[in-house]
Ligand binder design. Sequence first.
Ligand SMILES: Nc1nc2c(ncn2[C@@H]2O[C@H](COP(=O)(O)OP(=O)(O)OP(=O)(O)O)[C@@H](O)[C@H]2O)c(=O)[nH]1
Ligand SMILES: [Mg+2]
Length: 304
Amino acid sequence: MFKVGYITIVGKPNAGKSTFINKVVGYKVAITTPKPQTTRFNIKGIITTDTSQMILIDTPGVHIPKDKLGEYMMKNVTSAINSVDCIIYMVDATKPKIDEASENIIKNIVSSNKNIILCINKIDKIEKSKILKIISTYTSYINSIGGNFCEVVPVSVYKNDGIDILFRCIEKYLPEGEMIYSEDDITDITEREIVEELIREKALNNLEEEVPHGIKVEVEKFKKRKNKDKQAVYDIDVNIICKKNSHKKIIIGKDGLMLKKIGSEARKDIENMLDDKVNLKLWVKVRKDWQDNDNYLGNIKNKI
Ligand SMILES: Nc1nc2c(ncn2[C@@H]2O[C@H](COP(=O)(O)OP(=O)(O)OP(=O)(O)O)[C@@H](O)[C@H]2O)c(=O)[nH]1
Ligand SMILES: [Mg+2]
């Protein structure tokens, strides 16, 4: 009785969705930062065991879009909700208030008629006695709009606490079937895309306020060659696109130091992933209003 199915993880920005997917897949398929709105498109993490194949979909944090980029991000979420067997609704235990954004997410997932698991993350940061109150607040709300959670699982992704229970819960709601992906597959994101995402992660970590949220990273060249010592080297050329000249200045930094920092942090992670040396070149370009221009949003649109 092998089980196989799709599970999507939805929630507000910063709930820990991408951290969760990386932890359970055992590989960094999605970037994570302390800043909200890190993830921009759906990323699959595939877990195959003796009893099941779970295809988990990490989605962008739900927010009110300000531009086309935001609209496509939210369309990624809607399409993930409607194409799965089970939904994990992830809530940050340190920010348990049900606000308008939470209400909208809950209404949306209830109207999809799927099995919904409430997963309360970051319980390492709160007193255990508070968990029951959070559960009852969310359960009362979903019941008041005619829905219900089929399971409720408090977890700490950091401490690996509750994850095995969550997995057993998910399996219950998956249909029987044959494997969709091969046993070795862990994700659908390509190496090129991971490179772009890793550079964006370093930009988010090093730059303040709206600057990193206004950038897009595009790999222009991604080529493997042998150097004179016959060692493999990747030549990777990348454009960091931002929307204003003033942002470009900040990204480059005084004497180019900020760009160097972003580049050297990203290079380390990229070398780790590719397991070879990397020659990384970064250029910063200004494209006004790229966030509202379909020509620059293709990769995010294609994930819907
Ligand atoms: N204390 C604690 N922090 C966590 C836990 N899981 C994730 N975090 C932190 O929460 C922050 C947000 O994590 P992400 O995984 O990027 O959150 P996300 O839900 O994917 O956010 P978006 O992509 O913006 O929607 C990061 O700083 C994580 O390190 C946890 O179990 N405990
Ligand atoms: Mg994320």
